[in-house]
Design a protein. Structure first.
Length: 95
């Protein structure tokens, strides 16, 4: 599913908006999420899951072509943990 597909679904399911307004709503939601994650805050969406930014420390790695050791710089990664409700939707009938 692409952003355009999400905009189309919002337009179809939530009446009273033009496609342009639906696009602005979706874009605003994504912008708020980006800003929140950039500020190292967690996003918790009930019934869906949690988005958390984690820091990975600098570490040693290897260049796969030459085998030489290299330093992999510190970086941030985004983790998503689905809620139990979402897990149950994906795996119906499982405990």
């Amino acid at each position: 599913m692409t952003k355009a597909d999400i905009i189309e679904r919002v337009y179809e399911m939530v009446g009273g908006f033009s496609k342009k307004e639906a696009a602005e709503i979706v874009e605003t939601v994504f912008q708020i999420m980006k800003q929140t994650l950039a500020e190292n805050e967690k996003i918790k969406i009930s019934g869906f899951g949690n988005f958390v930014v984690r820091r990975k420390n600098e570490r040693m790695g290897r260049n796969p072509q030459t085998g030489q050791p290299i330093v992999i710089a510190q970086r941030c990664v985004l983790n998503f943990k689905p809620s139990q409700v979402l897990k149950n939707c994906l795996n119906p009938g499982k405990p």
